[in-house]
Each structure stands twice: as structure tokens, then as C-alpha cells.
Design a protein around this ligand. Structure first.
Ligand code: FAD
Length: 453
């Protein structure tokens, strides 16, 4: 008989926390409780991946209607109506949140719909004053968007707010160059909002393959995003219904709205963590070992609050590995190698493995790359280009990186990711017969290296 109220207390009902709680209670038959201070499903379901992807879908119909005309369809005036779309999106998020709640209830997890903090190595303090003890505590509190330190920055909004807008602004300035900034730029431009993007760095999507970044930036501009790199805000102030912005590029303009997509911070503050001995890094991330264990042996942390690789499937894997380690006695490290991922810009970007720049610093490589106008949009008279790129080790012949900029690149990279994870060589790709006519057939038909490095 345990001396604790629970075997496991999970703080945070997002992607990682819900999965860990369900699996620990269901498969491992542990006595589990979970506290969630806001909405079940967390960032991914309520203010991240899911509503964003629905908005990506919504914004894609405008260009699709245009293209349909070029394919002979007779279509009248097409105009996007946020007022028709937005309530439907909210209903869908409510439905998904309900599913998450029922999954927890069905697995026997006791839910506390309130904030929880750490009182000691085995005790959680709930907002209503109750204390609960647990043999293990799992922190899965995620992260939140932050505004830059700039006077009047609170005039602008952050990504969380986009999903709650009652109306779309006529014009918007998006500040930032990461994937969230770029995705929203494409989405809002596609929905008919006059979209400007300022990024203080030299090129958007820092950390990704340079050639892919360059093409995405060009295509975003061609799709109506007024993108300015090397540009940051100097000041912002209210101007009638809008916001007057002075920028380092010498411009002074009034925008209907300003969206800061300038970074996220782990939700680790005011949680009693450092007081009990849990160590935090410089950005506020909880420091954990390879098994997600913190400096306090009974306390583990997974997902965005550890700031390792901030993606939903990674948080889920970390949660599963935690349960395997702690409740099945099988020490399991979450695998952070060769994680395929997608950026839902327009066109999409799918990527796995090393960039050309990373790979050439590591060993001699061959680069196979082709950029072309795909059949579907070329027929409609568009000049849009796609990119297929493989980075190959000269010595082992292994494909070290695969980068795709194309419609549906997210779907393609999931499949290519299997081959790359299995250690496929360039010759394995070459032995695979092309699927014709597709864009991705180029992945198995590139015979001559574009360059060696
Ligand atoms: P979260 O999902 O953030 O869950 C944490 C939960 O903890 C929240 O519900 C919060 O309310 C709760 N909480 C916090 N503190 C407390 C407390 N003290 N007590 C009780 N509850 C608390 N990832 C992808 O893989 N693909 C994408 O396309 C993608 N798109 C994204 C788009 C946007 C705009 C954003 C912001 C993120 C996106 N992500 C995407 C990232 C993904 O959403 C996160 O990596 C993922 O949600 C992390 O899961 P988590 O469990 O660590 O935390």
C-alpha cells in the first residue's frame, strides 16, 4: 500500500501530459491525477497545430479558386468570410477538447481543472488550497508566446490571440522570422489581409536549409506577403483604430494589427521548482537528463517546458518514454535524432536530417537538388517553383538530409523520413522506381550531383 495519494501527478493537460497520464493509468494501471489550468489539449489543440492547420486549409481555397478558373471552371466572386469560418473552428476545438477530457476520464485519470504548483518533492499544491502527494510528479506545462521588450508592445497580439479574433484586420504587420511567423503570414495573406512581415535577421526560418529558406521567402513574396528581412521595430503607438509603427528600415506605417511571433518561453515560473531543487536553464527551461528526470529524482519533465524539440509528436514520445522508464522498469530515452517536420508555409516545407550547411561542416557531401515549376500550377500559368533536395555523405552514401519545398511537402517528408531514419543510401533512393507523374518522383531520379562540398 503506497503512502502517497497517487503514483503519478501530471501538471499540464497538453500533448505530452495527457498522453503520459493516459498510458500510465491505462496500460501501467497506475493511480494517476492530472491538473490543467486552462483547456485540455493544450497548445497543440487549442492554440497551435490544429487551429493553425485549419486556417492553413481555409486560406488555401482562394488560390485554389483562382487556379480552378485557369482549369476551365466558371466561378463567381470568391471572398473569404472569417465570420463564417471562425465559429466553426471554435466548435471543432471544443469537440477535440471534449475528446481529450473523455480519454482521460476513460483511462481512470482523476482530473483537477485548476493550476498546480510544486510544494515539495512529492507534493503538489492546487489553486484551491488542496495538497496532493504522489510518488512521481511529471511537469508538462508547455510554453507561451512572449512579446519583445518594447514600449507599447501590449498594443500588439501574439499567436494565442489570432484564434480568438472576432474580425480579421484589414492589414497586419507580423514581426518575426520563425516558422510560426511565416505560417501566419501565408495564412493571413491568403485570407485577404494585407500582410507585411518584418524580421530582424538576414533570412527567415533560421536553422533550416539555406536554399529552401531562400525559395520559401521568394514564394511568400510572390504570394502577396510584403516581407522585409533586416527590419525591426523602433517604436509603436496607437493611431486611431490602428497602430503606428516606426521601423529600422526607415519606414513609418500604420497597420490594423501587429502580431508578435518573436519567441516562446517555457511555463516554469512561479511553480516552486527552484525552491525544491529543480534546475532551470537560462531561457527558463527545466533541465532534464536523457530520461526526462530533473535534478529532483521524483520529478520529471517533458515537452516544451524542457525546450528540447518543441513539437507535438516529440512531447508525446517523451511522455511515452517516461512511462516506459518509470512504470515498466524499462529505462527508455526519447529519440531526438532525425525527426521529420513540416512548416506550413505556402508552399509547404518538409525537412528531415542535416541542412547542406550542417552536413558540409561535418564531412564531404554531394548535394542533389532540383527546382522546377510543377505541372499543376504551371498549367494554370503560375510561376511557382518547388525544390527537392538530398544531402548525401560521399563516404557512406547515406542520405543525411532531405528538404522539400512544395505543396503537400509535409505529407511527403513523413514518408521520406522513414527511409532516412532507416539509413537509406542515395543508391537505395535510385533503386526505387518513380511514381509518375508526381513532383516527388524527382527524389528518385536525380542522377548527377548538383555540387560537391
Ligand atoms: P502544451 O501543449 O503547451 O500543454 C501544456 C498545458 O499545461 C497547457 O494546457 C497549459 O494550460 C497547462 N499548464 C501550464 N501551467 C500549468 C500549471 N501550473 N497547472 C496546470 N496546468 C498548467 N507542433 C507540431 O508538431 N506541429 C505543428 O504544426 C505545430 N504548430 C504550432 C503552431 C503554433 C502557433 C504553436 C504555438 C505551436 C505549434 N506546435 C506545433 C508546437 C506544439 O503545439 C507544442 O510542441 C506542443 O503542444 C507541446 O506540448 P506540451 O505537452 O509540452 O505542452
Amino acid at each position: 500500500m503506497s503512502d502517497f495519494d497517487y503514483d503519478l501527478f501530471v501538471i499540464g493537460g497538453g500533448s505530452g501530459g495527457v498522453r503520459a497520464a493516459r498510458v500510465a493509468a491505462g496500460e501501467a494501471k497506475a493511480k494517476v491525477a492530472l491538473a490543467e489550468e486552462s483547456r485540455y489539449g493544450g497548445t497543440c489543440v487549442i492554440r497551435g497545430c490544429v487551429p493553425k492547420k485549419l486556417m492553413v486549409f481555409a486560406s488555401g481555397y482562394g488560390p485554389a479558386v483562382e487556379e480552378a478558373r485557369d482549369y476551365g471552371w466558371q466561378i463567381g466572386d470568391a471572398r473569404f468570410d472569417w465570420g463564417a469560418f471562425h465559429p466553426k473552428m471554435q466548435t471543432e476545438l471544443d469537440r477535440l477538447e471534449g475528446i481529450y477530457q473523455r480519454l482521460l476520464d476513460g483511462s481512470g485519470v482523476e482530473r483537477f481543472d485548476q493550476r498546480a504548483v510544486i510544494a515539495d518533492a512529492h507534493t503538489v499544491a492546487l489553486a484551491d488550497g488542496t495538497r496532493k502527494t504522489a510518488k512521481h510528479i511529471l511537469i508538462a506545462t508547455g510554453g507561451r508566446p512572449v512579446r519583445p521588450e518594447l514600449e507599447n508592445a501590449d498594443l500588439g497580439i501574439v499567436s494565442d490571440d489570432i484564434f480568438d479574433l472576432d474580425t480579421l484586420p484589414k492589414s497586419i504587420l507580423i514581426v518575426g522570422g520563425g516558422y510560426i511567423a511565416c505560417e501566419f503570414a501565408g495564412v493571413l495573406a491568403g485570407m485577404g489581409v494585407e500582410t507585411t512581415q518584418y524580421y530582424r535577421g538576414a533570412q527567415i526560418l533560421r536553422g533550416f536549409d539555406d536554399e529552401a529558406r531562400g525559395l520559401i521567402a521568394e514564394e511568400m513574396q510572390a504570394n502577396g506577403v510584403d516581407l522585409h528581412c533586416g527590419s525591426d521595430l523602433i517604436s509603436m503607438e496607437k493611431d486611431g483604430e490602428g497602430i503606428r509603427v516606426k521601423a529600422t528600415n526607415g519606414t513609418e506605417r500604420v497597420f490594423g494589427q501587429v502580431l508578435f511571433a518573436t519567441g516562446r518561453r517555457p511555463n516554469s515560473d512561479n511553480m516552486g521548482l527552484e525552491e525544491v531543487g529543480v534546475k532551470l536553464g537560462r531561457r527558463g527551461e527545466i533541465e532534464v537528463d536523457d530520461y526526462s528526470q530533473t535534478a529532483v529524482p521524483s520529478i520529471y519533465a517533458i515537452g516544451d517546458v524542457t525546450d528540447r524539440m518543441n513539437l507535438t509528436p516529440v512531447a508525446i514520445r517523451e511522455g511515452m518514454a517516461f512511462v516506459e522508464t518509470v512504470f515498466h522498469g524499462n529505462p527508455t530515452k526519447p529519440d531526438h535524432e532525425l525527426i521529420p517536420t513540416a512548416v506550413f508555409t505556402q508552399p509547404e516545407f518538409g525537412t528531415v536530417g542535416l541542412t547542406e550547411e550542417e552536413a558540409r561542416d561535418q564531412e564531404p557531401i554531394e548535394v542533389y537538388a532540383t527546382s522546377f515549376k510543377p505541372m499543376q500550377t504551371a498549367f494554370a500559368g503560375r510561376s511557382a517553383r518547388v525544390l527537392m533536395k538530398l544531402i548525401v555523405s560521399q563516404e557512406s552514401r547515406r542520405v543525411l538530409g532531405c528538404h522539400i519545398v512544395a505543396p503537400q511537402a509535409g505529407e511527403m517528408i513523413q514518408m521520406a523520413g522513414i527511409a532516412v531514419k532507416m539509413g537509406a543510401t542515395k543508391e537505395d533512393f535510385d533503386r526505387t522506381v518513380a511514381v509518375h507523374p508526381t513532383m516527388s518522383e524527382e527524389m528518385v531520379t536525380m542522377r548527377t550531383p548538383t555540387r560537391k562540398a
